[in-house]
Design a protein. Sequence first.
Length: 636
Amino acid sequence: MTTRVVLAGAHGYGSHYLDRLRRLAPDIELAGICDVRPVDPASLAGLGTPEFSADLAGLLARTGARIAILATPIPTHAELALAALDAGAHVLVEKPTAATLADFDRMERAAAKAGLACQVGFQSLGSAAVPAVRELVASGAIGRVTGVGVAGSWPRPASYFTRSAWSGRRRLDGADVVDGALTNPFAHALATALAVAGAEDRDAIASVEAELFHANAIESDDTSAVRIITVSGLPIVAAVTLCAAERDEPYVLVHGERGRIRLTYTTDEVQVDDGPVRRYERTDLLENLVEHVRSGAGLLVPIQRTGGFMRVMEAIRLAPDPLPIAEDHQDRSGDGPVLPGIAGVVGACADRLALFSELGVSWAVPLAVSGAVVAEYVTRPELPLTAAPRPYLHPVRTLGGVVVTEERPEDHPHHLGAGLAVTDLGGRNFWGGRTYVRDQGPTWLDDHGVQRHVSFAGRDATGFTETLLWERPGEKPLVREERTVRAAPLSRGWALRFAFTLRNLTGRPLTVRSSATKGRAGAGYGGFFWRAPVASRRVRVFTASAEGESRVHGSRAPWLALASDDWTLVFAQDRVFAQDSGDPWFVRVAEYPGVGTALAWDTPLEFGAELSRGVAVAVADGRLSAEQAAALAAEL
């Protein structure tokens, strides 16, 4: 018996179906090709003379084909599937199922109403390796499952993103496309992980958190990570990139209390811990659909099985636009950008079930102004406890690309770009380095704390809102911080706004102290602090009424400027938070270039429920005059 099919989309990936149809002939006959472009006759060798038309419904009616294969751009899947189902044909639609969850719902309902099959081309789900992994899990081979990780790293040339009008796009001509790394080339990785986790149904997904980036000059993402939480509470973290130096076979890693299972879905290989690798057979999804049509064989990937995937895709579709990765993180010596070390990063995500930002990768939390990355934010630095590990901004750049922050300089290894640091909060050192002890001086004490990143409440290209906990390891947190960091353009340069609220968790008043409150005159540092580059040339500091470190240090001027030959920073405190004229300014020029606000200049600061402050900093190229700095301060 010969089954007649129509192929919609014979170019691009659709050309692979021509090869498969040749292999399956004469059991399957290509009766027609639906496309908007002519097909090279040479590509149809051995496939007879299929009718050609741009009208799928009409082509199905005239040829009597029982199956429509849809290998067309993502935005066309829904309408073509509906047309085929309405014409009485079963459907094999390439992944992803549809561009939107609403379109998926329409397709699912139409298939059910017509009583016809709609199979989705997730080839990896036709592998016997997937049920084999689930059987291993059910048998207790690795104990209770604690999470599922996914890692994938492939190279792609620049031409990959110009191969069609919709390549690398999130939207095109008002229609959703969602052609990103996780939703198209690595869609199989995501679908396989959901299948292994038993979370294929749309109602199995409780939440999705996405981190989307691009190194290529595209609208969509080429480097992505998502955390999916199932309704049972199981975390699934998938991290992938199209900016690798070389191809690694992507894999799914099932974490258990007593071991791990690795499924390399492209080769259908399964390995438990360091045991032998076993390879499984894979069933062709077109053959499976034909057998279903002929004899009622069970479908391997019915549309319902992709509901969980579509829930994740919908979250990616609705997520903020992908953030750019600064060029100084890229190797552009070849055809297409490469992110050095990215294969190790995505592997670490799968291994630790962590997102990029949670690994402390600086490019994972960028701030952009007019499309240019002007700052990066490190959330989880790998630092010794004596440095009081904490999130910080570095590098911060002018619009001209000049770096204006310093990270771990030799003179003070605990100085970390721009951020919030306090020498003594409730008896704990959140500044780093030695603690000043009255009548004794700077002393190494075992009193250092950590500002631990908990989560982002919101993120986009201009900034974020973050929750942190301030704690000494092994002790209860002292405060929960809500931090907001934003970037915005100015008439000259750009502005960084850094605001925070510390919420007391101890149930008693908390005290902020500086070294000055313990007897070290002039050492009132502790609060927002900006460490400028040690190599800066001819640094000067001034306010509207004073110039020089000795006159500005400890003042309460409305604004303060730190300037070198290459850059100028103008600081202003947020009067919404600051009392009266604000906190005193802490300034260093002779020893090193740095500016901060002093929460406890010479007197301890005690607070009950909460403590809030805000600072804005103008970042400009070149050395500005006092008049120019004052103008920027007025904008702040």
